[in-house]
Design a protein around this ligand. Structure first.
Ligand code: SF4
Length: 735
């Protein structure tokens, strides 16, 4: 603790990076207003006083000499193309915020007048997951402008919708309860790499005899520490879950009483599961039939059994079915009834923020459109920037058959406003995205902390704040605590928050609504559902937050949701928020849309069973780094050093390498119809044969200026129209 007379003060902030843990971060600030230390809050039951390797050295990021600190405008005549790293500033000139806001407002108005407001596309995701930073004033601004709405599908939509089809709401077992489990299945979940605050719970459980089984095609840090690592082939999770059901039902290991009371559609599911014999499932997954039987028996006969499922599983063409099938397992065995058992994909359904109040979708009616704007799927950005607005016969064949079915109609995109994201690195089909970004007639604004693969194409680059430099309120998708993140330091240079940026820009555009002048504190109160007058007693009116006031949140920093105070046990009794009021093994809603009401395994078109495997026989995993957050942190030397071992490497099974005459350390070309990468081969016998892997990085950090997303497609998932990064086929040759 800092003494009252100390020149230092300690401020409660919240890590706003896209991570389930949403850590409580204490920031020590000196007399000069400089942050000198960050540490995990020891009083937060999930943070438990420590931070991950990404954020433990966060001040390197906050005070990085490469940070963009002033608004910038592209110099006239500089073409939109990749810029040399470290020399990006030469393409831009420093301007004032007044010049930036005026210039951007004039161009957006011109575009709106000439092509309609829907020709302006916002592009953002979870560069910050603070409630305000993720979506508040920005949404108000784009709604009032009449800009296209962005369908934010790139990360979790397939899995989220799939979970909700079964359980109605994203309410998983509490993180703290994993310590009570006797068996933990980390299914596509690299707990040690990117959910590190669950790891102490896993360790506690293991000390009391629990076993950890990891199901993941890649031998992650977590898999290496497991009692059993099952390296199944990518995209075969649905088959495995259905195969486990087959064994469980065949051997009478299901919990009939639970099924009777809590679920809907059991008989249909049982009939479906009969098709998934261990032998058939073994042929798809690469496991043995005996291994599938052993896994199913161990899961069904050990209680409490907890499944930590993460979102990688749903980034396949059949990702929705995979999540549905997997999360049905604890309903079949009644694992929910044993404290420490059940499943967790996300806890975000526990937080009932007042989204209508903070995002104001009603403002679309006040836009020049006078109606809700069209929706553009962010997972098809390349398509949106290169094909949208063309008539059907002018559109190029992009080889991703189901993309067009999900694409919007209407004008071409003429204005792109990027914030909280770096699509030049993280969006699929990178060559199409870059062709779009390079269009001379596309006006692009990027709000970010650093020069990225996307700022290379920007007309304006605006300086953004870190979570130390603005206030926000935050929930989590890996615990059940509401937290207030308080501004710890003044923004560096002329960096500004999303709330500031879009409020000021709205005023430049002449939008008269008073909501564009709301302060950060006012929007936090709106998010919490606190009456502006302070209400009768200033308490939140949000479900589960009624005990929270702005003041007690400010004082305590983090407060559990009401239902979590007494030990939350989801899916143990009562109504489930699905159409049937039960956990749905069978979905009438899906069936009504002409879709399969049951989960089933359909091999991805881009997999070893697809037609294109004749040309591109290897399944490619563009995997995430443990020490980056997608592309965030990839520019920092310290973080890159921690990832050096696999930098620009293509990991291959020795049999696949031998078949191509490739030895460890050889230069290789990896390619498909969408693009190519030049990497160095690294033999890895722990990968399934037929699978190769390379790590996501910034394109501009690669010698050939591309990253793994030159290989990935804009094909969409079966549920939720999400991205399918892990359904990608390639071929490899020695160079
Ligand atoms: S990235 Fe995750 S684990 Fe790391 S500090 Fe942030 S919330 Fe915590």
């Amino acid at each position: 603790m800092v003494a009252a007379s100390s020149p230092f003060r300690v401020v409660h902030t919240v890590c706003s990076h896209d991570c389930p843990d949403s850590c409580a971060v204490l920031v020590t600030v000196n007399e000069e207003g400089r942050a000198v230390k960050v540490q995990g809050d020891p009083s937060h039951p999930v943070t438990q006083g420590f931070l991950c390797g990404k954020v433990a050295r966060y001040l390197d990021r906050v005070y990085a000499p490469e940070r963009i600190l002033y608004p910038l405008r592209r110099k006239s005549g500089v073409p939109k193309a990749p810029l040399q790293r470290g020399r990006e500033h030469e393409a831009f000139e420093r301007i004032t915020w007044d010049e930036a806001l005026d210039g951007i407002a004039v161009r957006l108005q011109q575009i709106s007048d000439a092509h309609g407001p829907e020709s302006i596309l916002p592009y953002s995701y979870a560069g910050t997951i603070g409630v305000l930073g993720y979506g508040s004033m920005d949404r108000r601004f784009f709604h009032r402008l009449g800009a296209s709405q962005l369908d934010r599908t790139i990360c979790s939509e397939a899995g989220g919708q799939a979970w909700n089809l079964v359980y109605g709401k994203k309410l998983g077992m509490p993180t703290e309860d994993f310590r009570l489990a006797k068996l933990i299945l980390a299914w596509g979940a690299n707990i040690h790499g990117n959910n590190i605050h669950l790891w102490p719970m896993v360790e506690q459980a293991r000390r009391k005899g629990a076993r950890l089984i990891v199901i993941d095609p890649y031998r992650t840090r977590t898999a290496a520490l497991a009692d059993w690592h099952i390296a199944i082939r990518p995209g075969t999770d649905a088959a495995l879950a259905l195969g486990m059901m087959h064994v469980i039902l065949n051997e009478g290991l299901e919990d009939r009483a639970y099924i009777e009371t809590m679920t809907h559609g059991f008989d249909r599911l049982a009939e479906r599961a009969r098709e998934y014999t261990p032998e058939r499932v073994a042929a798809w997954t690469g496991m043995t039939a005996a291994g599938i039987e052993r896994l199913a028996r161990e899961y069904a006969t050990t209680q409490p059994a907890a499944i930590r499922l993460n979102y990688g599983v749903q980034r396949c063409e059949n990702g929705g079915a995979a999540v549905r099938a997997t999360v049905m397992l604890p309903a079949l065995t009644g694992a929910w009834m044993h404290r420490g058992g059940g499943a967790q994909l996300s806890t975000s359904g526990g937080f009932s923020w007042r989204e209508q109040a903070i995002r104001r979708p009603d403002l679309m009616l006040a836009s020049p459109l006078g109606r809700p704007a069209r929706v553009v799927n962010m997972s098809t950005l390349g398509y949106a920037l290169t094909e949208l607005g063309k008539s059907g016969d002018q559109r190029s064949e992009i080889g991703d058959q189901n993309t067009e079915a999900h694409a919007s109609e209407g004008p071409a995109v003429h204005g792109l406003f990027v914030y909280n994201s770096n699509p030049g690195a993280v969006a699929p089909n990178q060559n199409a995205v870059r062709r779009g970004l390079a269009r001379a007639d596309l006006f692009t604004v990027v709000h970010d902390l650093f020069f990225t693969d996307t700022t290379d194409y920007a007309d304006y680059v605006l300086p953004a704040t870190t979570f130390l430099e603005h206030s926000d309120v935050q929930g989590a998708y890996g615990h059940y605590f509401v937290q207030l993140s308080q501004q710890a330091i003044e923004p560096l240079g002329e960096a500004r928050s999303n709330v500031w940026l879009f409020g000021r820009l709205a005023q430049r555009m002449g939008f008269p609504e008073p909501c564009f002048r709301d302060t950060t504190e006012e929007i936090i109160r709106q998010a919490l559902g606190i009456d502006p007058s302070g209400g009768p007693d200033g308490h939140s009116t949000n479900a589960g937050m009624e005990h929270i006031t702005y003041e007690n949140l400010k004082e305590q920093g983090h407060i559990p949701l009401a239902f979590h105070r007494d030990g939350f046990r989801p899916n143990t009794s009562g109504q489930i928020p699905t159409p049937s009021g039960k956990i749905e093994f069978y979905s009438e809603a899906l069936a009504a849309e002409g879709l399969d009401g049951l989960p089933g395994f359909v091999p991805p078109a881009e997999s070893r069973w697809g037609e294109s495997a004749k040309q591109y026989p290897l399944e490619f995993l563009g995997r995430k780094a443990d020490n980056y957050m997608n592309s965030t942190f990839a520019n920092l030397d310290g973080h890159r050093k921690m990832e050096a071992r696999t930098s620009q490497r293509l990991e291959m099974h020795p049999a696949d390498a031998e078949a191509r005459g490739v030895a460890d350390g050889d230069g290789v070309r990896v390619w498909n119809a969408r693009g190519a990468l030049h990497l160095t081969a690294m033999l890895n016998p722990s990968l399934p044969a037929g699978v190769v892997a390379a790590r996501l990085d910034w394109a501009k950090l690669h010698a050939d200026g591309s990253n793994v997303n030159v290989l990935t497609s804009e094909r969409l998932t079966d549920i939720g129209a999400g991205a399918t990064f892990y359904s990608t086929l390639v071929e490899v040759e020695r160079e």
